[in-house]
Structures are given as structure tokens and as C-alpha cells.
Design a protein around this ligand. Structure first.
Ligand code: CTP
Length: 408
């Protein structure tokens, strides 16, 4: 997808600038034409000679060459590019981009660019979580700029946390996904997080789901062009991508009501939420007192099975996927759920696999289809798992799309 694309790479002055050598190499290998702009400080971290050699074009730092008066036109560069990527983007450059300050070639080019803009921030963890930086990143996001999130790990300062520039492969993935956009024009429903079933105004029956897997999927599919409706139970997470519409719900019943409204306009539904199977039959609207010395019996009744209900509504232009978290007889339980709920495929994770399940940042999945064919994946970060699921979904698309075209 990057083949024959004109990529403008802006390198600013952070230690992660050293990674732009392999980033440039990956762009060139993918067939892209890469022109590089550097801030003056970036030259302390990597030499223009290295990047000029790898990109096969002179690197530009100043507006003109004082020796011969050659002019580097920021307007022409901005028009030439199919994408402008600033990597690494320091807190300083992020702040200037958000404020529209243009005191070097890299920034004037940003203001002239007509193409999509991507930034890969890199800074120390305290800088990254400073409210000023958060606000500047939000401003850039609201302007339609794609932020390629930094990763967590050891930082140049010796501290450990979020702020390390995304790996070159991840940056390439994001640009590829943008140009490829296999889900563009599609509406995808994703459920995520736990549900809370009220006992009284201060207590609920719930589970340990955080929503990480569903949110990672929403982000990945939105980056690949989908319009995503994310129906989320209570979760501390935020969605970043402007293509994601988040609908907050609390209980299984509320989640069900939102999903049945949204699903008919979707091509794909992915049921990622850990929905409560039972809900207190008689929630009360006053706080239950602690005086029940004989104990308390809570009667629970069945909730609606959202996946199964959508499975009944599903037309042949739609795909429906579910998740199964199992502790024993994993594969056969997952297949039974797939059949009972009329799903097209089910993503199985087993609590017996270390690193899989709720709350953690990793997952290990097996995808099982309606013909009982299973694909096993390695233990990966939830973002990488989301990409594997997106890749699998993409392969199912020609069928979905042609079904769609038959209907309209
Ligand atoms: N699901 C749902 N609504 C429910 C229960 C489950 O939509 N009330 C969905 C989940 O989002 C998931 C799939 O169904 O995609 C399987 O959920 P899981 O909790 O693993 O299975 P259950 O059907 O609830 O069966 P059990 O709890 O007995 O394993």
C-alpha cells in the first residue's frame, strides 16, 4: 500500500530520532518515495548524511542553502506529499503544531500540507502525561491528525513508562492501514467492558473486565477506515480515534437496547463485552442496611443474550463475531457458543493460558469459524491481537461486501 506513495518525514530532536534510520529503510523497502525534513536539534541525534543516504534524497533543515541560495519550498513539499509523518514528535514540536507556530521548515511545511498528517510522539513519561501535552495532543487529534501512540517501556531517562516512540514497524503498520483502509465505508458495532447490574444505589454485580480488548479493536478498525459504534460498559479507558462513537451503558439490558438499535445499520458486529448473565431480580432504590444478621439472599434472573439476539437479527450481508473466555473444554465450549448464537466466528481465550484474559495488556487467542476451523495465535499485546482479528476480518470482507452489493 505504501508503494509509490510520497512520504514526507519530519524528524525532531529526541533520542528516538535514531530509529528514523530503520523507519526510512522500511518506507523505501515498501516502495515509498521518502523526503526528509529535520529540525536543527534533530541533527544532534542522527546525521542528515545517514538519512539522506537511506532516503536517496538530500535532507532539508533550513529554508534555503546559504552557499548557493537554493530554496526549500515548504509549499511545494506540502503539496507533493501523500502523507506527512512527524517522528519522533517532541513535546516542543507537538506544542508548536497545536498552536500553529511555524519557526522552522518542518513546521511551515506542516501548515502548508494538504495531505493527512501523522505524528509519533516521543518524550519522557512525565512530559507525556503533563496536562499541557495531553491538551496539545487532543487539539491535534481534533484537527484530524493521527497520533501513533507511544509505547510503554524503558525510557532514555532510565525511567519506565509510556513515552517511547512507537517502533518503526508499528508506524509503518499505521500508515499502511490508513492507505489500505479495508473497512472504509463500513459501520462496525463493538461491545466492550463489563456490565454492572444494580443491587441498590451503591452496589452492583459485575466482573473484572476492563474493556481493553474491545477498545483496542475499536481503535484498530477505526484506523483502518471503519466507522465504529462502541457500546461500552463502565470503563476507565478513553477512545482516541475520531471515527469511534462511544455509547456508554451500565447494565446488560441497556447494552442490549443500544445494540439492537445500532446493529441493523452495521456490516459487522463484534461482541467483546463481558456481559453479566444474571441480574438482581429486584434492585431496590434505597441502600440495603447491614443489619441482616441472618444474611442476605440475592435472587438473580437471566439477562438477554445480546450476541444471540443479534445472531437472530443477522442478515446475510452481515458478519457477527463473539468472544469466549473459557476455563475448561475451551474449544468445544467456544464452538457450541458460536452455533448457539449464530456467529460467523468466535475468538477464544482461555484463562489457562498465562497472559490471557481480563485486565492485562496481553492476550492469547484462537479464532474458530463456523466450519470449526481453528487458527491459533501466539501470546501478544492486545493491540497486536486486535490487528490479527482485523486481518482475519479483512479476509472475510469480499464475501460481506458482495453480499452487501447484492442487496442494495
Ligand atoms: N454475550 C452477550 N450477552 C450475554 C452474554 C454473552 O452478548 N448476556 C456475548 C459475549 O460478549 C461474548 C459471547 O456472548 O461474545 C460469549 O460470552 P461468554 O460469557 O463467554 O459466554 P456465555 O454465553 O455467557 O456462556 P457461559 O457464561 O456459560 O460460558
Amino acid at each position: 500500500m505504501l508503494n509509490k506513495k510520497n512520504i514526507l518525514l519530519g524528524v525532531t530532536g529526541g533520542i528516538a530520532a535514531y530509529k528514523t534510520a530503520s523507519l526510512t529503510r522500511l518506507f523505501v523497502k515498501a516502495g515509498a518515495d521518502v523526503r526528509i525534513l529535520m529540525s536543527a536539534t534533530a541533527k544532534h541525534f542522527i546525521t542528515p548524511l545517514t538519512l539522506a543516504t537511506l532516503s536517496k534524497h538530500p535532507v532539508m533543515v533550513d529554508f534555503f542553502n546559504p552557499e548557493n541560495g537554493d530554496w526549500n519550498s515548504h509549499v511545494e513539499l506540502g503539496l507533493w506529499a501523500d502523507a506527512y509523518l512527524v517522528a519522533p514528535a517532541t513535546a516542543n514540536t507537538v506544542g508548536k503544531m497545536a498552536a500553529g507556530i511555524a519557526d522552522n521548515l518542518l513546521l511551515t511545511t506542516y501548515l502548508s500540507a494538504k495531505c493527512p498528517v501523522f505524528i509519533a510522539p516521543a518524550m519522557d513519561l512525565d512530559m507525556y502525561r503533563h496536562p499541557s501535552v495531553t491538551k496539545n495532543l487532543d487539539t491535534l487529534r481534533s484537527l484530524g491528525i493521527t497520533i501513533i501512540e507511544p509505547e510503554s517501556g524503558e525510557l532514555a531517562s532510565g525511567l519506565t513508562g509510556k513515552g517511547r516512540m512507537a517502533e518503526p514497524e508499528t508506524i509503518i503498520y499505521s500508515l499502511n492501514a490508513f492507505f489500505d483502509a479495508p473497512f472504509s465505508g463500513m459501520h462496525i458495532l463493538i461491545t466492550a467492558g463489563p456490565t454492572y447490574e444494580r443491587i441498590d444505589p451503591v452496589r452492583f454485580v459485575g466482573n473484572f473486565s476492563t474493556g481493553k480488548m474491545g477498545y483496542a479493536l475499536a481503535e484498530t478498525l477505526a484506523q483502518q477506515g471503519a466507522k465504529v459504534s462502541l457500546v461500552s460498559g463502565p470503563s476507565m479507558l478513553n477512545c482516541k480515534h475520531p471515527n469511534i462513537k462511544r455509547i456508554n451503558v451500565e447494565s446488560a439490558q441497556e447494552m442490549y437496547e443500544e445494540c439492537v438499535k445500532i446493529f441493523p445499520s452495521c456490516e459487522i458486529g463484534i461482541m467483546c463485552a463481558a456481559v453479566a448473565d444474571y441480574t438482581p431480580e429486584n434492585p431496590v432504590n434505597h441502600k440495603i442496611k447491614s443489619k441482616h444478621d441472618e444474611g442476605l439472599i440475592l435472587k438473580l434472573s437471566k439477562t438477554k443474550d445480546i450476541a444471540a439476539e443479534l445472531g437472530k437479527m443477522k442478515t446475510d450481508r452481515q458478519l457477527l463475531a463473539g468472544f469466549a473466555l473459557e476455563t475448561d473444554n475451551e474449544q468445544s465450549n467456544a464452538s457450541n457458543k458460536l452455533n448457539a448464537k449464530n456467529l460467523d466466528f468466535i475468538v477464544l481465550n482461555s484463562l489457562n493460558d498465562q497472559g490471557a484474559g481480563f485486565a492485562g495488556d496481553t492476550n492469547k487467542i484462537t479464532i474458530i469459524d463456523a466450519k470449526n476451523k481453528a487458527i491459533h495465535y501466539e501470546l501478544k499485546s492486545k493491540t497486536d491481537v486486535a490487528r490479527d482479528i482485523a486481518e482475519y476480518l479483512k479476509k472475510q470482507l469480499p464475501e460481506t461486501k458482495s453480499k452487501h452489493q447484492n442487496i442494495v
